[in-house]
Design a binder for this molecule. Structure first.
Ligand code: COA
Length: 153
C-alpha cells in the first residue's frame, strides 16, 4: 500500500516530538543531540505530521554519489499502514533526482522488523560491521544493506 503523505523538512521546532517518538520505537534511541547534529550538518531531515501530530521522520546523509539512510521511524499506531514505504519512496526519488546511485544503511541484526521492511524494498546485505553498536550485553554487529536507486520501488 502506498499512502498519501506530505513530507516537510525537519526543523529545530520538531526536535522534541522527534526525540519522543524515537524513544517509543527504538531500544537504543538517538538522543536530542544526535538529531540536532544532523540538522546542523545539513543532512536531509524530514517529518510527516498528521493533524499536527508527528507520524514519521527520516534522516539522510548524502555523500558523493550515494546516500546513507541514517534513521527512519514511524509512530507505532501508524506502522504497517504504508507510511514507511511512502517515506522511503520519497527519499529514494529525491536521491535519484540528485543523481545518487545507491542508498545504504546500517541496521541491528536484532531489528528483524526493520530488516524485513528493507528487504521488502530490495535492500540486500552487503556486509557486516562487527561490534558496531553498543548493547546492554556488550556490542552488537551492524548489517550494512544497500539498494540501487535506478529502479522504482
Ligand atoms: C521499519 C519501519 C520504519 C517500517 O515502517 P512502516 O510504516 O511500518 O512500513 P510499511 O507499512 O510501509 O511496510 C511496508 C512493508 O514492509 C514490510 N514490513 C514493515 N514492517 C515490518 C515488520 N515489522 N515485520 C515484517 N515486515 C515488515 C512488510 O512487507 C510491509 O508490507 P505489509 O504491511 O503489506 O505486509 C517501522 O516499523 C519503524 O518505525 N520501526 C521502528 C524504528 C526502526 O527500527 N527504524 C529502522 C532503524 S534501522
Amino acid at each position: 500500500m502506498n499512502v498519501a503523505a506530505d513530507f516537510m523538512p525537519m526543523t529545530a521546532a520538531d526536535l522534541a516530538a522527534v526525540v519522543a517518538l524515537e524513544q517509543r520505537i527504538q531500544r537504543h534511541p538517538w538522543t536530542l543531540g544526535n538529531f540536532a547534529d544532523s540538522l546542523a550538518a545539513d543532512h536531509a531531515c524530514w517529518v510527516e505530521r498528521r493533524a499536527g501530530v508527528l507520524a514519521a521522520f527520516a534522516v539522510i546523509m548524502p555523500t558523493v554519489d550515494e546516500v546513507q539512510l541514517l534513521n527512519i521511524g514511524v509512530a507505532p499506531e501508524r506502522q504497517r499502514t504504508g507510511l514507511g514505504r511512502s517515506m522511503l519512496e520519497f527519499l529514494c526519488e529525491r536521491a535519484r533526482q540528485a543523481g545518487m546511485l545507491r542508498m545504504l544503511l546500517e541496521v541491528r541484526p536484532s531489528n528483524t522488523g526493520a530488516i524485513a521492511f528493507y528487504q521488502h524494498f530490495d535492500f540486500v546485505e552487503i556486509g557486516r560491521r562487527r561490534g558496531y553498536y553498543p548493547d546492554s550485553t556488550g556490542r552488537e554487529d551492524a548489517i550494512v544493506m544497500a539498494r540501487k536507486l535506478s529502479n522504482n520501488l
